[in-house]
Design a protein around this ligand. Structure first.
Ligand SMILES: NC(=O)c1ccc[n+]([C@@H]2O[C@H](COP(=O)([O-])OP(=O)(O)OC[C@H]3O[C@@H](n4cnc5c(N)ncnc54)[C@H](OP(=O)(O)O)[C@@H]3O)[C@@H](O)[C@H]2O)c1
Length: 341
């Protein structure tokens, strides 16, 4: 038996921002005896993602809420410490989009959600970012729904974050003009200088609506990548070009609202521009992940795409890092390092 700590959901929340008091850290004895095909995994990196907020509330969604008292699950990379499964050997690195926020755990080595994290192909945090869930979201949503073409104008909200950084860079590789929207000057500098977006717009500036209008004055908007919803989207939709596409990836500005967000009605903009808006969940495209990973890894190794991570250290940083996603200064993908590689 070994003592291990994990982070559990303490109570469901009805609306409003999640808080530290909604979580609890527990310590339990871990029985390291392995059954058939089981593996013992030491968690090395864990992801915090906005979608965790959705699973903290009861109600109909595309995925069940977390169970009270049980570990929260999110993307993770771990190291195999013991294996009773022919697919895995001790020392291998393993990733999964549903690993527990738990220092060490026993799991099924044949779980189809597990995949190998090859340290020689890319740094381990990339398997939670570019080569993990957020990279797959960006690549599959953009290519399948956004259908970007050379010379088109792509506007990306939350452009400096985990999904946004990849969407904009893939757009640039394809030959789009890319305009990123984010919440600070530092994030705008990051988008234009590091990610090579054409324009960065700070939505916290009092002039942001005019800044958006000016940035697309000559080109209009062919693709609007929707990560945030709310007033930012209201400012973009009047500029849609004919046959514009809107991959509806997320609406983070609404996740903590206590009442449904009501804004300008969007139908008239879609109608006038014959635009298509399509919501999606990344796992709709699971069959496309191998090809997407291959392409993204190739671009990464050719130096065509960057994968920025903001890494905090320690299990005690997991909850604060998650909470900060709703008001954060992080660049790229937020990841927490739990143990040394
Ligand atoms: N459909 C899917 O399968 C799927 C998969 C992954 C992610 N998503 C969605 O994609 C979006 C981005 O997720 P991510 O993992 O890449 O997170 P992220 O962008 O790394 O972090 C979230 C960012 O959202 C911005 N934000 C927070 N509250 C906001 C508000 N009220 N108004 C405008 N911006 C706000 C913040 O940046 P600023 O400083 O710029 O405000 C924050 O840094 C989220 O909506 C998420 O739910 C969807």
């Amino acid at each position: 038996m070994t003592k291990v700590k994990f982070i559990a959901l303490k109570n469901y929340i009805k609306g409003g921002y999640p808080q530290e008091k909604d979580f609890e850290t527990k310590e339990v004895d871990l029985d390291e005896t392995l059954g058939n095909n089981q593996i013992l995994v030491k968690l090395i990196y864990i992801s915090v993602d906005p979608y965790v907020r959705g699973r903290m509330s009861e109600g109909k969604s595309y995925i069940d809420p977390f169970k009270i008292g049980e570990p929260i699950e999110c993307g993770g990379v771990g190291k195999i410490e013991k294996s009773n499964c022919s697919k895995w050997k001790v020392g291998d690195y393993i990733a999964n989009n549903q690993f527990p926020w738990k220092e060490k755990f026993v799991t099924d080595g044949n779980n189809p959600g597990c995949y190998k994290a090859d340290k020689n192909a890319a740094p381990l945090p990339c398997y939670l970012s570019l080569l993990g869930m957020t990279g797959m979201t960006a690549y599959c949503g953009l290519t399948e729904i956004g259908e970007p073409k050379k010379g088109e104008t792509l506007v990306v909200s939350a452009g400096s974050g985990a999904v946004g950084q990849i969407v904009g860079q893939v757009g640039k590789i394809i030959g789009c003009r890319v305009i990123g929207i984010a919440g600070s000057k530092e994030k705008c500098d990051f988008m234009t200088k590091e990610l090579r977006f054409d324009v960065g717009i700070n939505y916290k500036s009092p002039t942001y609506k005019d800044d958006i209008a000016k940035a697309v004055e000559k080109t209009g908007v062919d693709i609007y990548w929707e990560n945030v919803g709310g007033e930012i989207t209201d400012a973009v939709l009047p500029h849609l070009n004919k046959y514009a596409r809107i991959p509806l990836c997320g609406v983070i500005s609404s996740y903590n609202k206590t009442e449904l967000d009501v804004g300008p009605r969007i139908q008239i903009y879609l109608l006038k521009s014959s635009a298509k808006m399509q919501g999606f969940i990344v796992f709709n495209y699971i069959d496309k992940f191998p090809a997407a990973s291959k392409q993204l890894a190739e671009w990464y190794n050719q130096g065509k795409i960057k994968d920025q991570h903001s890494i905090k250290k320690g299990l005690d940083q997991v909850v604060p890092s998650f909470l900060s996603l709703f008001n954060s200064d992080h660049l790229g993908k937020m990841i927490i390092k739990i143990a040394d590689e």
